[in-house]
Design a binder for this molecule. Sequence first.
Ligand code: SF4
Length: 245
Amino acid sequence: MYKVKIDGIETEVNPGTTILSVANQEFVEIPTLCYNENVEPRGACRMCTVEVEVWGRKRLVTACNYPIQADIVIDTQSERVKKLRRLILEVLLARTPDSPRIKELAEKYGVKQPRFNLEKTHDNCIVCGLCVQACKDIVGVSAIGLSERGIFRKPITPYEESSHTCIGCGSCVYICPTDAISMVDKDGKRYFERWKTEFKLVGCESCGTHFATDVQIEYFKKVMGKDDPSLHFCPNCLVLKETKK
Ligand code: SF4
């Protein structure tokens, strides 16, 4: 076990525990954007940066992917941290001025008007890559990727055309921290404007509610190696069926 002091709170943790886990455990708030417990943390957005002191040496690290490997003192509110946090938010606010999530964080951390005059994008995407990571690591289809470099970098489908590998599950929509991907279910179809992709929706055999795309069901059949009865019912009816057993 290692001794940890986080914002003055003392505790002990197992080797490899991340700073963010300790913070959550001790109810110390560290802002995050690209962190999601279902995918490998990469510290891409840098929002969770904190200051640590190990072996008498201080430095800034990202809390989500920093494994504790020695006794450590963590400061989530040091002047260096606050300055960097505000700088990151200034850049994000300058780039995505319409994003409610970025505006909310900017206000919370005292950023009003960004000093930078950067190329703006009005689609709320902060290019954190979480949607790309989820599509690859959770769904396993890699239907999207990050394009180009610098200010033109953005998540796209191959050649920015309708993707042949996308199953229309919507994982990218649910995981995006800034609601930058829209998914519309209407008239038996599901449409993703950002991916220029449309799917046919499948109805639950019990209540008729549309609950998945036809491509998604076929994909799950392939992954499970069979036409499982669970693939014919919406989550609600599935729970009802299970409780009646
Ligand atoms: S669409 Fe959302 S999840 Fe994907 S890169 Fe942009 S902000 Fe991140």
